[in-house]
Design a protein around this ligand. Structure first.
Ligand code: ADP
Length: 469
């Protein structure tokens, strides 16, 4: 998981904030409820103490203390209801005290005597064993009698049990709720970021060869829609700029071809005209060579501009790459033999591919041409075609001068030449391999080069086999 991704950070912040707020709310709820229940319990004890005073002790002078004691026991049944009741005379002697409750939860004699309050008060008494008794006390003086201290109490246990339950539920429910909500948030964030991923994928697909494509525009009226519209406008401007530059190169190379042909013709006439001075004819012949070199560059530029315009796939057909390699090797073997170089073609079984035959032939020609050009003395070139794992693989290997490692990553760039002085009479302009690369890209093929300076180079083209070969 990428912890620096926008979705992770958003979800982490959201989950953390949510957990914090939930924790605070639950703590407040728990503490507030605890305070309320304890207060309510002590208010209930004081109320009952007041009831005993108002209903029984008020008439103690007429009814007598025994009646008060027996009525208190009958009405409140403290042993059955787990209550604590104690009525103490002003001199400290007991008028009545409840017995041990039926469930034996506490012993009333454990409740320490309490100095009578001015009027009324409540307190919490911790009993041996750790239980807490909430006791309400009332100091009451019936008409014509001395004062009595009435104490009424109840264990805090049920409240504690309820709070424990609540605590447990919150402790389990809170993380669960945070996990569920955070996961929901994660799904929402992912959904919200899906258009960004679509835009990214579409942007990745756009290269100089398909600048007419546009990014998807989400009709949401928000920043994302604005972003895709702005990016599309930018791509449209780039498309315009590329088209202008391509058109310029295409027009320029096209326009140069006619005057160059005329120039070549005129120079040929001069060079062959025996009536003219020898030196003039020699100069014309040298100019003719330069013009042919220039013509080659112009032709290569024209080819590149047409490839850039997507013309590499004009004549799409299914053909045998082995057969193409063999015929091309045959055609070029004369050129190689002139330099004392042999071409060994290993292309037995048919290897069917789909593409523009003329363009792919140009790939083989350019690679063989380079292999011949950059091999000195008695060299050997190997041309190999075979099918490997659903791909057609064409290899051209030579034992020529090789390419220095620092130049290897640049050889497919336009106008890149390693060192023009490496070959005598070099006509190269550094465009041959860029044409090869453009044709390969248009055919969905990969090309890679390996080389050891002084030992030789090998070029490997891998393109998909034809569907039904
Ligand atoms: P050029 O027209 O100059 O040959 P390329 O684009 O065909 O241009 O090649 C670019 C550079 O790569 C060349 O300048 C050359 O030095 C180097 N190169 C290409 N093929 C080979 C090879 N088979 N052996 C050695 N060097 C090569």
């Amino acid at each position: 998981m990428n912890t620096r991704s926008i979705s992770f950070r958003l979800v982490a912040w959201y989950g953390g904030l949510l957990a914090g707020i939930f924790l605070l709310l639950c703590a407040l709820l728990y503490l507030d409820l605890r305070r309320f229940l304890e207060d309510d319990l002590s208010r209930a004890q004081s109320r009952r103490a007041r009831q005993i005073a108002a209903t029984l002790l008020v008439h103690v002078k007429q009814t007598g203390e025994t009646y008060v004691a027996s009525q208190t026991k009958d009405w409140y049944e403290p042993e059955i209801n787990d209550r604590f009741i104690r009525i103490t005379r002003a001199d400290g002697t007991l008028l009545y005290t409840s017995g041990i409750p039926n469930d034996g939860s506490f012993n009333p004699t454990d409740v320490p005597a309490f100095p009578p309050p001015q009027t009324e008060s409540s307190r919490k008494v911790t009993l041996p064993g750790g239980k807490t008794l909430v006791v309400g006390s009332l100091n009451y003086q019936p008409p014509g009698s001395p004062a009595y201290l009435i104490e009424f109490g109840e264990l805090l246990d049920p409240v504690e049990t309820m709070l424990e339950h609540l605590f447990l539920q919150l402790a389990l429910g809170l993380p669960l709720a945070v996990i569920i909500i955070t996961f929901g948030g994660y799904l929402l964030v992912r959904r919200a970021l899906t258009p960004v991923e679509q835009i990214t994928r579409a942007a990745e697909r756009i290269t100089q060869h398909n600048l007419s494509e546009r990014l998807p525009v989400t009709q949401t009226g928000d920043q994302l829609e604005q972003l895709s519209i702005s990016l599309n406008r930018m791509i449209a401007r780039l498309d315009d700029a590329f088209q202008n530059s391509r058109r310029f190169v295409a027009d320029a190379s096209h326009e140069l071809r006619t005057p160059l042909t005329i120039l070549r013709g005129e120079l040929e006439n001069i060079a062959e005209d025996t009536r003219l001075d020898r030196e003039l004819r020699d100069r014309a012949a040298s100019l003719l060579e330069e013009t042919e070199h220039l013509g080659k560059i112009v032709n290569q530029l024209f080819t590149l501009s047409r490839l850039d315009a997507g013309e590499a796939q004009r004549e799409w057909a299914r053909f045998d790459l082995s057969e193409l390699a063999k015929t091309t090797a045959d055609q070029m073997s004369l050129l190689a033999e002139d330099k004392g170089i042999s071409i060994d073609c290993e292309a037995g079984a048919p290897v069917w591919v789909e593409g523009d035959r003329v363009r792919l032939k140009q790939v083989v020609v350019n690679l063989l041409d380079n292999a011949i050009k950059y091999t000195r003395g008695k060299g050997a070139i190997q041309l190999r075609v075979r099918g490997v794992n659903g791909d057609a693989v064409l290899e051209v290997a030579d034992n020529g001068i090789g390419i220095p490692p620092e130049s290897l990553p640049h050889i497919f760039e336009r106008f890149y030449r390693v060192d023009p002085s490496r070959v005598e009479n070099s006509e190269s302009a550094g465009l041959g391999l860029s044409i090869v690369k453009s044709i390969c890209t248009a055919h969905g093929a990969e090309i890679e080069a390996q080389s050891t300076p002084g030992s030789g180079s090998s070029f490997r083209v891998k393109l998909p086999l034809a569907k039904h070969s």
